[in-house]
Design a protein around this ligand. Structure first.
Ligand code: PGA
Length: 253
């Protein structure tokens, strides 16, 4: 089902105390100020997930996401975390294929397809990130680049499996740079993604797919971005570390 979502990706930020303070502030503000049907997702580092969960489990607006997972079920993969471990502590979502994972950890479309499978087979919901670098954008062929990411990592899924996937379009040139895509640029790419999904899964599934925008989203630009017909919310990095900014973004629909 198409769902309004604002997800905060903390990346490698916040000690446990800082993370729990941030969670408490966000939970209180969301309870007092957020009406309607927006789903708010927090994606802290692995080590904080359990304790963040205990602070949010009584609310029905806040959900928990991991920032990554390993594609294997279990075994000798030192330092890695499996999807069954995540589901055992009641994590609901997993961010898959963030551009920082692709760039610094060499995650390929093929490996991400396996992570998507591992996530879905545990009943977790993937937030699949795609998006082009500045170089690809300037080459002019960025839509086919993004469609290829989606094709190689998602289009092996059955319709039922695909209907669980949230897509996040994150132009790399806008991540952490203060340079946001204009609402026209975001809307154009989101509409192309939806069209591409329709070409594989049909109009109904495409219309129901949740597509988030990510890249320097903040309270000042979120209302315009979220007003675009094909933008269903945001994946927020820097601004998710400040409770007031993050909740103001949630209230931007
Ligand atoms: P940013 O990050 O909001 O800091 O640009 C977005 C993201 O990487 O998900």
């Amino acid at each position: 089902m198409r769902q309004k979502i604002v997800a905060g990706n903390w990346k490698m930020n916040n000690t446990l105390d800082e993370g729990l303070k941030l969670t408490t502030e966000i939970a209180n503000m969301v309870a007092d100020e957020v009406r309607g049907d927006v789903r708010v997702i927090l994606a802290p580092p692995f080590i904080h997930l359990s304790q963040v969960k205990s602070l949010i489990k009584d609310t029905d607006k806040l959900f928990l996401s991991a920032q990554n997972c390993n594609e294997n079920e279990s075994g000798a993969y030192t330092g890695e975390v499996s999807t069954s471990m995540l589901s055992s502590i009641e994590v609901e979502y997993v961010i898959i294929g963030h551009s920082e994972r692709r760039e610094y950890f060499n995650e390929s479309n093929e490996q991400l397809a396996k992570k998507i499978d591992a996530t879905l087979s545990e009943g977790l919901l993937p937030i699949f990130c795609c998006g082009e670098s500045l170089e690809v954008r300037e080459s002019g062929d960025f839509i086919s680049f993004i469609c290829n990411q989606i094709n190689e990592s998602l289009f092996h899924l059955s319709t039922e499996q695909f209907s669980k996937v949230v897509i996040a379009y994150e132009p790399i040139w806008a991540i952490g740079t203060g340079k946001t895509a204009s609402s026209e640029q975001a809307q154009d790419v989101h509409a192309e993604i939806r069209k591409y999904v329709a070409s594989k899964y049909g109009d109904k599934i495409a219309d129901e797919t949740t597509i988030l925008y990510g890249g320097s989203a903040k309270p000042a630009n979120a209302p315009e971005l979220f007003a675009c017909p094909d933008v269903d919310g945001g994946l927020i990095g820097g601004a998710s570390l400040k409770s007031r900014d993050f909740v103001d973004i949630v209230k931007s629909f």
